[in-house]
Design a protein around this ligand. Structure first.
Ligand code: PRP
Ligand code: URA
Length: 209
């Protein structure tokens, strides 16, 4: 079974408190999603393998550690996941980016796919799927299904806010996938929104409501 890592770092939690507030405007919301993503990226990449190499400093030779193993890919679930990408690429500039376009049908709450474009060597990469919200888990499960069809193994899911229903759905469908979140909230409401959550992440990032 995959694990869920709740990142309770004080900086993440402080920024999340501002993100949740209904009075936080689009500019600040977008900046905070980026800042939280960077801090989460730091934690979610903690166990990446490294290897020892030698470099020559201006003073002497030094044994240093560099990333080894699989190359990385960031896969945002459109549209809200886009808000997390720049911060991730700033920290991992060699990562390739694949896009999965999914929206939730407002009636059924089921994910509908509308766009997908992956790097050609995605099967050989360690994939970080990013999306601020893990609600019913339908979008995350569909995104992981999709990426696995390319032959990918080694997938990590990063969400800012999850809830028990979403975590359970991902764990049941994809027990090999670890989840990193800043918070696991109480529940879903009748519209499948996370309670207390932060509202509609896409609308708040892009100012569409
Ligand atoms: C939101 C969110 C997730 C999805 C989560 O996207 O960004 O992708 O809902 O819900 P689920 O876990 O129940 O699938 P939305 O469908 O609102 O699209 P958007 O990103 O284009 O706003
Ligand atoms: N999508 C969002 O943006 N927010 C929620 O609470 C649930 C799904």
């Amino acid at each position: 079974m995959g694990s869920v890592h709740v990142l309770d770092h004080p900086l993440i939690q402080h920024k999340l408190s501002i993100l949740r507030c209904k009075d936080t405007g689009v500019k600040e919301f977008r900046e905070l999603v980026g800042e939280i993503s960077a801090l989460m990226c730091y934690e979610a990449t903690r166990n990446l393998p490294t290897e020892e190499v030698e470099v020559e400093t201006p003073v002497a030779k030094a044994k240093v550690r560099v990333l080894s193993g699989k190359k990385l890919a960031i896969v945002p679930i459109l549209r809200a996941g886009l808000g997390m990408v720049d911060a991730m690429i700033d920290l991992i500039p060699s990562a390739k980016v694949g896009h999965i376009g999914l929206y939730r049908d407002p009636e059924t709450h089921l994910p509908v796919e509308y766009y997908c474009k992956m790097p050609p060597d995605i099967a050989e990469r360690q994939v970080f799927i990013v999306d601020p919200m893990l609600a019913t888990g339908g979008s995350a499960v569909a995104a992981i299904d999709f990426i696995k069809r390319y032959g990918c193994r080694g997938i990590t899911l990063m969400n800012v806010i999850g809830c028990p229903e979403g975590v359970q759905a991902v764990h049941e469908a994809h027990p090999d996938v670890d989840i990193f979140v800043a918070a696991v909230d109480e529940k879903l409401n009748e519209h499948a929104y996370i309670v207390p959550g932060l509202g509609d992440a896409g609308d708040r990032i892009f100012g569409t409501k």
